[in-house]
Write a protein that binds this ligand. Structure first.
Ligand SMILES: *Cc1c(COP(=O)(O)O)cnc(C)c1O
Length: 229
């Protein structure tokens, strides 16, 4: 078995155990393999081991891998910072975007989504770490931003995403994920139907699953340590 295949097996086992500890069904937690910085060969190896959903952070690198693997029927998620001048290739080549923090970017993606493709699936990124993080909308802006995005014709708003500050303490890992789940419930209470909580990475997936993650975004534990970024 390749290293990637055995790593995938180990990550899936972590998800099953974390779900079972939380009294949740493991099928409710989707594994997104974050392949940023790794070549398309690594994506192919993971796909051969049964992995279907992949995440990328950088537009050009991501589009190159999407095009290199078109025959594999993979589902590509864009999870990195997105500037307004780079929205078109994302609208044309990805199925999901997790990192929406402003309405303007969502409007461009909706306008640029090709008519032949299904709506682009969207998560709004929320800053649940306060001043230590610059990414994501403020928690108090989330309801209004979600309401506005839900009205855009070529997008389907699915949920919320967060990248908390890394910490090794389990209780400290859970706190921002709990906060994101509370904001998710607020948005739903305001009448916007969400079904996805994108939270949890290699070092904190157990805490995220305990707090209700439906998508965990895992890079290092599948592909190994990255040299940069
Ligand atoms: C890189 C990255 C991940 C994966 O992180 P690992 O610690 O390697 O599992 C997940 N989400 C986002 C937004 C990332 O940029």
């Amino acid at each position: 078995m390749s290293a990637i295949a055995s790593n995938l097996q180990a990550v899936r086992a972590r998800i099953v155990k974390a779900a079972s500890n939380a009294g949740r069904s493991p099928e409710k937690v989707e594994l997104l393999a974050v392949s940023k910085t790794w070549p398309a060969d690594c994506v192919v190896a993971a796909a051969r081991a049964g992995q279907r959903a992949f995440g990328e952070n950088y537009v050009q690198e991501g589009v190159d891998k999407v095009l290199a693997t078109v025959d594999l029927d993979l589902v590509w998620h864009f999870i990195g910072p997105l500037q307004s001048n780079k929205t078109r290739p994302v609208a044309e080549h990805f199925a999901w975007v997790h990192s929406i923090e402003r309405l303007k970017i969502a409007e461009r993606l909706s306008a640029q989504r090709p008519a032949a493709l299904p709506p682009l699936q969207i998560c709004v990124q929320v800053n649940v770490s306060g001043e230590t993080s610059k990414s994501g909308c403020a928690p108090e802006e989330a309801v209004a931003l979600c309401q506005a995005i839900a009205d855009l014709p070529r997008l389907t708003l699915r949920g919320l995403m967060a990248i908390p500050e890394p910490t090794d303490d389990f209780a400290a890992q859970r706190a921002p994920f709990c906060r994101l789940r509370e904001i998710f419930e607020q948005v739903r209470a305001a009448g916007v139907p969400l079904d996805s909580l994108s939270m949890g990475m290699s070092h904190d997936l157990e805490a995220a699953v305990a707090e209700g993650a439906t998508i965990v975004r895992i890079g290092t534990a599948i592909f190994g340590e990255r040299n940069h970024t």
